[in-house]
Design a protein around this ligand. Structure first.
Ligand SMILES: NC(=O)c1ccc[n+]([C@@H]2O[C@H](COP(=O)([O-])OP(=O)(O)OC[C@H]3O[C@@H](n4cnc5c(N)ncnc54)[C@H](OP(=O)(O)O)[C@@H]3O)[C@@H](O)[C@H]2O)c1
Length: 238
């Protein structure tokens, strides 16, 4: 178990969006072991109320429900994301670029998380540590891109990083103790990584990733807001 997350004021609410995912599910389990949070709200398309990234009204309704009559939202983790879907695999060449598939990747990996920020950041308390973290990916780093390929996913995650950085600037004006970050979870066994794990990619259990991510969230200070960090808290180049 991760050490107690004592940097957050005790008794708050933690929210995980994408609770049905490999990493999201492990985050819910790990947060439920944390005595510092009085409740953990698990949101997903299959939940009540359902939250679908492509339906802004469902995001607004789920955010309002998560905040209604609960202790202050101290932690919101967005663990949604899409690398492949039925009939859609990451591109290996520009020849495979397809506008509809690109739009889907941007909708799920950048626009959806931006709408989560729109509806959840105003719910963070004005005082005391509070964090909104979204799971990005190292492959969204332009500076770190040596292999090419995966055009849509890389570009959508790069856009997500810019959206996080921009929102963090606005957040700091209103809630100086609050933090907004993009985190890379490392390579993790999940439905998202499964096709590539078979190809020899080394994956770690989601429980390990969740514990590492909670340790990073615990250590975060306001100086890191707007940043892009890996599962050890190290800064990733843009
Ligand atoms: N696994 C890795 O190695 C790895 C590496 C780097 C970054 N990441 C990032 O980490 C995050 C989590 O990945 P994961 O490995 O846990 O993937 P996962 O197991 O495939 O989980 C993806 C989650 O996104 C949700 N989602 C997809 N479309 C949605 C929509 N329209 N509305 C609401 N939720 C939606 C899924 O919900 P449903 O159950 O409803 O489909 C699921 O909860 C992603 O952002 C991914 O890019 C993962």
């Amino acid at each position: 178990m991760t050490k107690t997350m004592a940097s957050f004021p005790a008794g708050g609410t933690a929210v995980v969006v994408g609770a049905t995912g490999g990493i999201g599910g492990a985050l819910v389990q790990a947060l439920r072991q944390q005595p510092g949070f009085s409740q953990v709200v698990a949101l997903s398309r299959a939940g009540t109320p359902p939250l679908d990234l492509t339906d802004e009204a469902s995001i607004a309704a789920a955010a309002a429900a998560a905040a209604l009559g609960t202790p202050p939202l101290r932690l919101v983790v967005d663990a949604t994301g899409m690398l492949h879907a039925a009939g859609q695999m990451p591109e290996r060449s520009w020849r495979q670029l397809d506008p509809a598939q690109m739009a889907r990747s941007f909708a799920l990996n950048a626009i959806g998380p931006a709408l989560l920020m729109k509806h959840f950041l105003p719910l963070l308390p004005r005082e005391g540590k509070a964090v909104f973290a979204t799971l990005s990916a190292r492959v969204g780093s332009i500076g770190d891109n040596r292999l090419g390929g995966w055009y849509s996913y890389r570009a959508a995650k790069a856009a997500l990083n810019q959206l996080v950085h921009t929102a963090a600037i606005e957040l700091a004006r209103q809630r100086p103790a609050a933090i907004c970050v993009a985190l890379h979870p490392g390579t993790v066994a999940s439905a998202l990584s499964a096709p590539f794990a078979k190809a020899g990619l080394e994956v770690r259990p989601a429980e390990v990733a969740a514990a590492e991510l909670l340790a990073v969230l615990e250590a975060l200070g306001t100086a890191s807001s707007g940043g892009f960090l890996d599962q050890h808290g190290a800064v990733i180049p843009w």
